[in-house]
Design a protein around this ligand. Structure first.
Ligand SMILES: CC(C)(COP(=O)(O)OP(=O)(O)OC[C@H]1O[C@@H](n2cnc3c(N)ncnc32)[C@H](O)[C@@H]1OP(=O)(O)O)[C@@H](O)C(=O)NCCC(=O)NCCS
Length: 218
C-alpha cells in the first residue's frame, strides 16, 4: 500500500514543543544548545545518586563524563545523529530552566518507523509531573510530525518511578528482556513497553489533559 513518507532527511527535528503546566511548573522541550553545558553539568554532578543507578554503564568517571567540558562533545554527537535522522534529542525545561532530557533514539524508518525513548529529570522536580508531560509532548510529535509509528521504552523492574511515568501515559507492557542492558555495572533485566500511533489517536497530551495531570497555560 502507498503511504506518504515524512519530508526531509531529519523529519521532526529540530522542534520546540509545549509548554504544558504541571505541578512542578511550566514544561517545554527544545533541541539541546551548546550553551546548555553549565546548567546540564551542575544538575548531573549534583544528582549522581539519583541518576547513575538507572543509566547505561559508560567509560570514565561520573564527574568526567558530566563535567561542563564533556557537554560540547555530547551536544555535537547528538546534533550529528539528529541531522542524519537517527535521533531526536531534546532537553526539558521547567519554567525556562534546563531540568532534564528526553531522547528518541535508534530511529529506523522503512517498514518499521520505530524508535526508543529515554528520559531523566533533575531531582528538584521529581514527583511534579515533568517526565510524563515531556514524554507526551515528544511522543505526539513523533507520531504526528516525525513520521514514526512505534515508540518503545525499556525500564528496569525496580524503577518504580519510571514505570509510573509509562503507566500514566498508557504504554503497553509487551515483555521482559533478560540481561538486556549494562546499567550501573551489570547486565540488567528490562521490562519492554511500547505504543503505536493507533493506540493514541488523540495523542498523549490529550490523555494527560483529560486525566487532569496537565493543563495548557492561557
Ligand atoms: C523516572 C523519572 C524520569 C520520573 O520523572 P517525574 O517527572 O518525577 O515523574 P512523575 O512526576 O510522574 O513521578 C513518577 C513517580 O515518581 C515517584 N516519586 C514521586 N516523588 C518522588 C521523589 N521525591 N523521589 C523519587 N520518586 C518520586 C512516584 O512514584 C511518582 O508516581 P505518582 O505520581 O503516581 O506518585 C525520574 O524519577 C528520574 O529522572 N529518575 C532517574 C532517571 C530514570 O530513572 N530515568 C528513566 C530510566 S527508564
Amino acid at each position: 500500500m502507498d503511504r506518504p513518507g515524512p519530508q526531509g532527511r531529519h523529519p521532526g527535528w529540530p522542534a520546540r514543543l509545549g509548554p504544558l503546566q504541571v505541578p512542578a511548573g511550566l514544561v517545554a522541550v527544545r533541541g539541546p544548545r551548546l550553551l546548555d553545558g553549565s546548567a546540564w553539568s551542575k544538575i548531573r554532578l549534583r544528582d549522581r545518586e539519583h541518576l547513575e543507578r538507572w543509566e547505561p554503564t559508560a567509560p570514565g568517571t561520573w564527574d568526567d563524563r558530566n563535567a561542563t567540558l564533556a557537554w560540547p562533545g555530547q551536544w555535537s554527537s547528538l546534533r550529528a545523529l539528529a541531522r542524519r535522522g537517527m535521533t531526536l534529542p531534546f532537553v526539558i525545561t521547567v519554567d525556562g530552566q534546563l531540568a532534564g532530557q528526553v531522547t528518541v533514539g535508534n530511529v529506523i524508518r522503512g517498514s518499521l518507523c520505530s524508535a526508543w525513548i529515554g528520559y531523566w529529570v533533575a531531582s528538584h522536580v521529581v514527583g511534579g509531573g515533568v517526565a510524563p508531560a515531556a514524554v507526551a509532548l515528544v511522543v505526539d510529535h513523533c507520531f504526528m510530525l516525525a513520521g514514526l509509528h512505534r515508540i518503545e521504552a525499556t525500564v528496569r523492574p525496580e524503577n518504580t518511578a519510571s514505570l509510573r511515568v509509562l503507566e500514566k501515559l498508557g504504554f503497553r507492557q509487551e515483555g521482559l528482556f533478560r540481561r538486556y542492558l549494562d546499567v550501573a555495572g551489570a547486565w540488567r533485566d528490562h521490562l519492554a513497553f511500547a505504543l503505536t500511533a493507533e493506540d493514541v489517536p488523540d495523542g498523549l497530551v490529550y490523555r494527560l489533559l483529560a486525566d487532569g495531570r496537565a493543563t495548557i497555560p492561557q
